[in-house]
Structures are given as C-alpha cells and as structure tokens.
Design a protein around this ligand. Structure first.
Ligand SMILES: C[S@@+](CC[C@H](N)C(=O)[O-])C[C@H]1O[C@@H](n2cnc3c(N)ncnc32)[C@H](O)[C@@H]1O
Length: 205
C-alpha cells in the first residue's frame, strides 16, 4: 500500500512539473520501448524514450552544427540521436544485437546499422564520432585503447562526461585527460537534469 501511495505521489509531482500531455507521451513511448524490448530481447531500462531523456536532441544539435558528411555513433541503441542527425552518411554500431534489430525496424533504412563496438568500425573517414551514455561503463585506459585506432580517421568526437559530484553511482567519471595533445576541447554543453556534460573535441592533426 505504501509503495502505491509513493508511486502515485511521484506521478502527481511529475505531471505537475512536466504537464499532462508530456507525461502521457512519455508513458506511451515507454510502453512502445517495453514492447520492442520484449520482442527483441534487450533491456528496456537502458533505452528510455527521448520524450523522457531529451539530451539526445541537444547532442544531435551539436553534431548538426558541424554539417558533417559522415557520422558514426558507437553504442547507438535505438538510434534516438542518429535519427536526428542531418548527414548523408550515418553509421550506427551497438554490441546488443537485439537493440540493433529493433532500431532497424524503427528507423529509416538510410541508417547503416551493425552489431559491434569500437573495434568493429571499418570506415575510412568519420567527420563526427558519437560515444554517449555508455562510456561511463568503460575505464579510461580501455576507452583510450579502443579509441586510439579511430582517432587518425576522425575529425570530431562527441563524448559525455558524468559530473564529478553526480551521486548516481556511475562506474567511471571521465575527464578525458588521455586526449591531451591528441584532441582539443571545442565546447562543453549541458542539458537540464542530466548530471553530465556533452563535450565536443576536435582531433589534432
Ligand atoms: C543507454 S544506451 C544509449 C544509446 C544512445 N547512445 C543514446 O544516448 O540514446 C547505451 C547503449 O550502448 C550500448 N553499449 C554498451 N557498451 C558498448 C560497447 N562497448 N560498444 C558498443 N555499444 C555498447 C548498449 O548496448 C546500449 O544500447
């Protein structure tokens, strides 16, 4: 009973802060993601809809401002970012084969999607490489090792950094010090309520 009362109070607070129609959209979108996750066997909790987590619109804005010809997102999930990117060549990689199959169903066939991580990327040139909302699971050393191979073919990187005072319990809070002398930080963008920043780096030639 106490749980139901608490959940109802949370819902009431959310409707008050976000508005009824946005909350209705969030619930409908969550149901759609949940249904897909049951069919394609991927964890729904990793893929909250964009109506709920709007940072993807901010990230796509950063990428679009560069007018890129080739964009690659590793850890693309359901392609909520990639589908908002304006570029003739969009490549998405994810280690979860279920989520890639669901993304193929959801998104335009113009997105070239493949199962795999950074080591699977076999492109000759990338204008913008996006790694967002999963690198907090990877140590700086492993991230550096995996990224090193792609730096020579990449112009810009978009990475997310969990705030030092974020208490959510993320494994790694990157400061990207391993990019020193290899890439320069161009901008740091925040999205309300995310507890992280979205950082644009330009690779030094
Ligand atoms: C929270 S989702 C974020 C999806 C997308 N980047 C976004 O922000 O909307 C994280 C995704 O990263 C994928 N992922 C986790 N570790 C990965 C790795 N080492 N290489 C590629 N994808 C990975 C997961 O399977 C999942 O689909």
């Amino acid at each position: 009973m106490a749980v139901i009362v608490r959940k109802f109070a949370t819902l009431k607070r959310e409707v008050k802060s976000k508005g009824f129609f946005r909350m209705a959209k969030i619930y409908a979108d969550r149901l759609a993601v949940f249904t897909l996750s049951q069919i394609y066997k991927f964890p729904a909790s990793w893929h909250p809809p964009t109506s709920m987590r709007q940072y993807r619109i901010t990230v796509a804005g950063i990428v679009n401002s560069l007018k890129p010809d080739v964009v690659c997102e590793v850890g693309c999930g359901l392609c909520s970012i990639l589908s908002r990117v304006n570029s003739p060549n969009r490549y998405g990689y994810d280690i979860d084969s279920g989520v890639i199959r669901a993304a193929r169903l959801l998104r335009s066939s113009a997105l070239k999607l493949q199962v795999g991580g950074l080591s699977a990327v076999a492109l000759k040139h990338i204008d913008v490489l996006i790694l967002v909302n999963w690198i907090h699971e990877v140590s700086p050393r492993d991230l550096e090792m995996e990224l090193s191979r792609l730096l020579p073919i990449t112009r810009y990187l978009v990475l997310d950094a969990i705030d030092a005072d974020n208490s959510y319990g993320y494994r790694y809070k990157h400061d990207f010090s391993f990019l020193e002398n290899r890439a320069r930080r161009v901008s740091v963008t925040r999205h309300p309520g995310e507890g992280r920043s979205f950082q644009l780096f330009e690779v030094i030639r």
